[in-house]
Every structure is written in C-alpha cells, then in structure tokens.
Write a protein that binds this ligand. Structure first.
Ligand SMILES: Cc1ncc(COP(=O)(O)O)c(C=O)c1O
Length: 396
C-alpha cells in the first residue's frame, strides 16, 4: 500500500501494509534502521533539515524510519492522523499529560486505572500542580460531578482491568467536550483490532504496545494516537524529553500489528468459552467478562467493540487462601502479572497489581481477596480448561 493511495483498505489490510516505504534495496519485509543519526549531502541540506524547512531524518530521537513505519501503520489502524511511538505505555501517558496539561489544571480519571498510571497522577503530576480526581468508570453522573473549571482531561481505560467494566466512550466524549476537556482512552486491553476510540469521539488514544501489539511478551513500548494538533504536541514533548521507542522494538511491534486482528479474535474466542464455563462452577462467586450476557455492560460492549478480548477475572469463594491454592495448582498457565501474551497468565490482583492499595481502597474498586485474573493466551482452550480444573480440584 503506497502512502498516497487514496483507497481506504480494511483494518486487516492496513495492519499488514500501511506505512511501508520500500527502500532502494527493494526489501519485501520492513528493515530495522539501527542508526542514531543520519547523513546529509551538504551543509545546506543539514541546515534545512534542522530548521524543518526540508523534511527528512536528522536524529533517531526525533524520527527513525522503522519507528515511523510503525507509527504510520498504527495511526491508520486507530483512525488517527498521527501516532507518536514511545519507550513504554507509561511514557505514552506521561508524554500526553506533560504535553497537554499545565500547572493548576486538573484530570478526572476512572477509578481502578492501571496501578502505575494512578501513581503517576497521584505522586508525580501532583508535585507539578496537576491534580487528579476519580470517578466510577460506568457512572456518567459521577464523572460530571468531578469536573471543575480547571479540568482539562478525562482519562479512562475500557474495558477496565481486571474487572472488565465498560465505559460508554461516546457519552464520555460528549461530556468532555461540553466542558472543554479532552477525552483520553487507554486502549491497551482491546487494541485497535477490537475498539477504535477515536471513532467514538475520543480525542487521544494511548496504548501500551508491550501487551497485545507485541503479543509475545518480548518488548516494552507505547504509543499516542490523535489528530495532527494533539499528537503534534506529544511529538514535540517526545523530541525534547526523549522517551522514544527503539527501532528494534518498533520492528517487533510492526510485525505484531500484522497478526493483531487474528490473534485478538483467537484470544477473545477462548476467553469467552472459558468465562462461560467458569460461570457454571460452584466454587466461583462471580465472573467478570464483558462477553457474558450476564455482564451489566454486555450490550454496550457489543456495540462499541468488535470482540471482548482475552482478559477475564473471577471471584472464588474462600478469599485469599482459595485464590492462592487455586493459582498454585495450575501447571501450564504462567503465574505472572503481564497480559497480552501468547502464553496465558494467572495472577492474584489483591496481592500483586493492586497490592499497593489499602484494603479500603481495594474494597472501593471491587478487588476482593478471592479475585483471580487470567489473561487468556493462544494455547489450546481445552488444555487451558484442564489446567484451570487443577485449580478447582485443589479447593476440594
Ligand atoms: C492498561 C495499561 N495501561 C498502561 C500500562 C503501562 O504500560 P507499560 O508497562 O508498557 O509502560 C499497562 C501495563 O500493564 C496497562 O495494563
């Protein structure tokens, strides 16, 4: 797909083809440009590149061809004008906030966002006079109540991790815009393959590419996608402050994008089958997965998403003791807090990802002691269910 081709291809085609600019070597697969700087034909050309008068590469903190190919491809998949790749998902969130917010301004965030995001908001941005209030992801009235004249950004993850609550992106975009605020959606759990927040009115998408975009647990990275003006601000910050993505990591993510849709469909199919089976187990109190008809936002998730993703959680009767016995009895699924890997992972949120919260804070966001989270990978679903059954057997 050449860059000036006016036809808009389907998402799977864009995932494989968009953004590539073949070099004079006529390579079929995209090359990795491991170079920190670029050479100019003349002093005049160097001056023109540095001043921005002539386009082209200068230095890999500013632009790198492999990183750029990844950025163009992800921008196309997210339906944004511009993508800025970053060193990690957290660097994407930090770059967005520091580029777009000033001292005295205020964020409203959904409760129960990823732990490091909450620490960034509460412990670091607060030091620079940017405060954050929290609202329940699914309660529009609660969001509105937290908005004050200084509020400039609403920030959310949907579906939430690990409880799979689903926010109404279009309704929150309307709310944000009616108060002159930006809506930022962390799209890590669904990715562009299952959900395109910009099409529902969000202003910016941030994503940890470490998860499903890599898909095999190899590299850490992130990205911001938006229109030219907003992503341009993030780009300005990135070029100066330097949390840029390495060319090697960009190449891994680029290859990840090519298989993202079929992987997300496979993660979703297995997770749904496991969630439906878990609902029938006596030892399980509640299953959290938006693909279940019993899920309170099932209809919204069906409208807003093209699949329900690979992340599910469930409450076991018997609290922490039951959860730990269950987790320790599994043999195939890896005990690790990462998600978005071909290898399934199992974790006890109350003592790992949410261990820094007090008991009261965990109770207020619904992270119980018996909660177990599984990020369903790409192994055979029968093998996974047999492994989960080992967990149930350990409870008897
Ligand atoms: C929803 C979400 N956002 C952001 C991040 C941060 O990403 P990274 O670890 O790439 O910095 C994570 C990491 O787990 C995440 O789950």
């Amino acid at each position: 797909m050449s860059d000036n081709n006016p036809k808009k291809y389907a998402l799977s085609t864009r995932a494989v083809r968009a953004g590539q600019r073949r070099s004079h070597e006529c390579e079929h697969s995209e090359p990795i440009y491991t170079t920190s700087s670029f050479v100019f034909d003349s002093a005049e050309q160097a001056a023109a590149r540095f001043s921005g008068e002539s386009p082209g590469n200068v230095y890999s903190r500013f632009t790198n061809p492999t990183v750029n190919t990844f950025e163009r491809r992800l921008a196309e998949m997210e339906e944004g004008d511009l993508c800025v790749a970053t060193a990690s998902g957290m660097a994407a969130i930090l770059s967005t906030c520091l580029a777009l917010l000033r001292t005295g301004e205020h964020i409203v965030s959904s409760q129960g966002v990823f732990g490091s995001t909450a620490v960034l908001f509460n412990n670091y941005l607060a030091r620079y006079g940017i405060d954050t209030s929290y609202a329940s992801l699914t309660d529009l009235g609660a969001w509105e109540q937290q908005i004050k004249p200084e509020t400039k950004m609403l920030f959310l993850e949907t579906p939430s991790n690990p409880l799979a609550e689903v926010a109404d992106i279009a309704a929150l975009a309307d709310l944000a815009h009616s108060h002159d605020c930006l809506l930022v959606v962390d799209n890590t759990v669904c990715t562009a393959a299952l959900q395109q927040p910009l099409l529902h009115g969000a202003d910016l998408v941030v994503v940890s590419t470490t998860k499903y975009i890599d898909g095999q647990g190899r590299c850490v990275g992130g990205a911001v996608v938006a229109n030219e003006a907003l992503a341009g601000e993030a780009l300005g910050f990135l070029r100066t402050a330097g949390p840029c993505m390495s060319p090697f990591n960009a190449w891994v993510f680029l290859k990840g994008l090519e298989t993202l849709k079929i992987r997300m469909q496979a993660h979703s199919a297995s997770a749904l089958q496991i969630a439906q089976w878990l609902e029938k187990q006596n030892a399980v109190e509640q299953v959290y997965y938006a693909g279940l008809e019993s899920h309170p936002q099932h209809e919204l998730a069906k409208r807003q998403q093209k699949g329900f993703g690979g992340l599910l959680a469930f409450d076991l009767k018997g609290g922490r003791d039951a959860a730990w016995r269950f987790i320790n009895a599994t043999q195939l699924i890896s005990i690790t807090a990462n998600l978005g890997d071909a290898k399934s992972t199992i974790t006890h949120p109350a003592t790992t990802t949410h261990g820094r919260l007090t008991q009261d804070e965990r109770d207020s966001v619904g992270i119980g002691d018996g909660l177990v989270r599984i990020a369903v990978g790409l192994e055979d679903v029968e093998d996974l269910m047999e492994d989960i059954q080992r967990g149930f057997s350990a409870l008897q």
